[in-house]
Design a protein around this ligand. Structure first.
Ligand code: R5P
Length: 333
């Protein structure tokens, strides 16, 4: 029986290799290098004619990795792949998904156009900044959720106790009004209530947590967000939750960008902000690799490799992908 062919880009080699290992295939042999001026050079060394090809690439940092992804799609198409699925664990440029000010681009749409034009047939991704970005793609898409992986971690570490011991002292919170939909399913799967922080963005990468909807007195609160960039949103939300009487605050954040920004002429990293914040633990996935200098004892990494592996297997075998949301994806491998 034919197997899926996996091509791994350079954005996250560790995750790509783990996914291939869970599926039980050797990644396609390819050459990925740069010319002296930085231009990317790519060649597929194995025959993929007529194959079901999956190209794995997170688009972080965005620019270089998006171009690398486009070149990989183009090469696979010209090598006569039967079907090309782009597997984008973290889809960069997704935040600019609407024209909320005059004379700005809608980058999420532009990148989807580029991917489609390059020749992709399908998209497989995880926790998009907003689920409606799927509609920007004129190709089929499967949108995975990290909820199951985070639930498994929170229960395993006893941050959330067994179901019969859960009560109003456990809550899931969104750090902004835009994330309410994101926490609805999560809170339901954990059988806990919700709280919402009202955040105002003063300028890009700078925000203020203004007020809180919900009573968090004495509660263990889990903030859920899609990305942590400079860390300001999470830190400010946690401070407000503690001020309003929460007992402890943890955060689950799918994509750990963990960038640095200048504050009063000094570079401050997201990791430093999280370390100084009242957040007890920040749980992230491995869609983006965390370098040594970005790591901290507070930051825990849970892998989503098995989830992607199971989804790739099911897409390849024309089986349901939504079954993966019902139980642990490991059971489907
Ligand atoms: C906002 O809409 C996003 O979901 C994140 O909350 C935000 O982008 C995180 O950015 P930062 O860590 O820089 O506050």
């Amino acid at each position: 029986m034919d197997r899926p062919k996996i091509i791994i880009g350079r954005a996250n080699l560790e995750l790509g290799n783990k996914i291939a290992e869970y599926i039980g295939v050797k990644p396609v042999y390819r050459v990925l290098k740069n010319f002296a001026d930085g231009e990317i050079r790519f060649q597929i060394k194995d025959n993929i004619r007529g194959d079901d090809v999956f190209i794995i690439q997170s688009t972080f940092p965005p620019s270089e990795n998006i171009v690398e992804l486009l070149l990989m799609i183009d090469a696979a198409k010209r090598a006569s792949a039967r079907r090309i699925t782009v597997v984008i664990p973290y889809y960069g440029y997704a935040r600019q998904d609407r024209k909320d000010q005059p004379r700005v681009p809608i980058s999420a749409k532009l990148i989807s156009n580029l991917i489609t034009t390059a020749g992709a047939d399908r998209l497989l991704t995880l926790d998009l900044h907003s689920p409606q970005i799927q509609g920007f793609f004129d190709i089929l898409s499967d949108h995975l959720s990290s909820d199951g992986v985070f639930k498994w971690y929170l229960e395993g570490e006893r941050i959330i106790p067994p179901k019969d011991e859960r009560d109003r002292r456990y809550l899931v919170a969104s750090p902004d009004v835009g994330g309410v939909k994101r926490i609805e399913d999560f809170s339901e799967s954990l059988s806990v209530g919700i709280a919402v922080v009202y955040k105002r963005r003063t300028k890009p990468n700078q925000s203020e947590a203004i007020d809180l909807i919900g009573d968090v007195t004495g509660a263990t609160v889990i903030i859920k967000d899609d990305i942590i960039d400079t860390g300001g949103t999470l830190a400010k939300a946690a401070e407000l939750l503690m001020k309003k009487g929460a007992k402890e605050v943890h955060a689950c954040c799918t994509h750990p960008l963990l960038s640095s920004k200048k504050v009063d002429d000094v570079m401050v990293s997201a990791t430093e902000i999280i370390d100084k914040s009242p957040i007890q633990s920040l749980i992230v996935t491995d869609t983006i690799p965390i370098t040594e200098e970005k790591s901290s004892p507070k930051i825990k990494i849970v892998s989503i490799a098995h989830l992607f592996a199971a989804a790739i297997n099911n897409i390849h075998l024309e089986k349901s992908v939504s079954v993966l949301f019902q139980d642990h994806p490991m059971l489907h491998l």
